[in-house]
Design a protein around this ligand. Structure first.
Ligand SMILES: N[C@@H](CCC(=O)N[C@@H](CS)C(=O)NCC(=O)O)C(=O)O
Length: 268
């Protein structure tokens, strides 16, 4: 299959940034279809036909639709020539998949909670939140439980039930990275892999929220070094910087600066 893949994505989405990073590391050219998830474009019938959950990213290659960012990254690694993003040995690949599974199951939901309580809630409250029924109407096809949770993050921030636990779980992953980086510059093996590519968007999110204080100032020196290596890659800008809407970047940084002292106080 030689045709260029088409990526449906959004600038601030961690899952979409992960796929852009994998595509860039693999030197794959792709066509963009920008889905403005802030404006609800993920719920348009045409997009729901590709991705019934109404989430980005989605990759279309040779007419085939591939969903789920971790699955897409493995597909990109196998379907295209370019540097290998998985170790050659089975144990190494198993170790990479433990990272990517943890990202899908734990870190990504925690990231959603963190982003709501640190940033989106301030924006939504400033704009005027309206009633719960209005919020439900605007949040499309997501399950009711997920939308109730987001509503509680908007209303109560860090005091919402379970919010601080999610933030702490997120930050605990940085501790696991610090351990994994004791023997290598990269999370698994001696080269960048899909494990690093899976984690990078979540460090980028903390940086976007002005929360670099979590690892800076000698707190997590190996994570700090790893982050500098990630940012120094020529693939960093096309994956993380170029698609991020400027006004959203400013808003998230300002909201993050407002929230950081309270988070720092509550961190264990
Ligand atoms: N498990 C999915 C999660 C995708 C996901 O949650 N995408 C978010 C952005 S990072 C999204 O599209 N959200 C749209 C919404 O919340 O309505 C994947 O890894 O692709």
């Amino acid at each position: 299959m030689t045709a260029k893949p088409i990526l449906y994505h959004h600038g601030s989405s961690a899952c979409a940034a992960k796929v852009r990073f994998a595509l860039a590391e693999k030197h794959v050219e792709w066509d963009s279809r920008y889905v403005d998830i802030m404006a609800g474009e993920q719920f348009a019938p045409d997009y729901l036909a590709l991705n019934p959950k109404g989430v980005v990213p989605t990759l279309v290659h040779g007419g085939e639709v591939i969903r789920e960012s971790s699955v897409i990254c493995e597909y990109v690694n196998e379907a295209f020539t370019g540097p290998a993003l998985m170790p050659a040995d089975p144990l190494g690949r198993a170790k990479v998949r433990l990272w990517t599974k943890a990202v899908d199951e734990e870190l990504h939901p925690a990231c959603s909670a963190l982003t709501y309580v640190v940033s989106h809630r301030h924006t939504i409250l400033r704009q005027g939140v309206g009633s719960f029924e209005e919020f439900l109407a605007k949040t499309g096809s997501e399950g009711l439980a997920a939308r109730k949770l987001k509503w509680s993050y908007i209303q109560d921030g860090l005091d919402a039930p379970g919010a601080m636990e999610k933030v702490q779980l997120y930050l605990d992953y940085l501790g696991r990275m610090e351990e994994a980086l004791a023997t290598s510059d990269w999370l698994v093996g001696d080269a960048i892999s899909l494990a690093d590519i899976a984690m990078a968007p979540y460090l980028n999110r903390l940086a976007a929220l002005a929360m670099e204080g979590v690892w800076e100032g000698s707190k997590l020196p190996r994570v700090a070094g790893w982050w500098e290596r990630i940012k120094a890659r020529p693939t960093f800008a096309p994956a993380f910087v170029e698609w991020m809407p400027e006004d959203l970047a400013k808003e998230m940084r300002a909201n993050g600066e407002q929230s950081w002292p309270e988070i720092e106080k509550r961190m264990s």
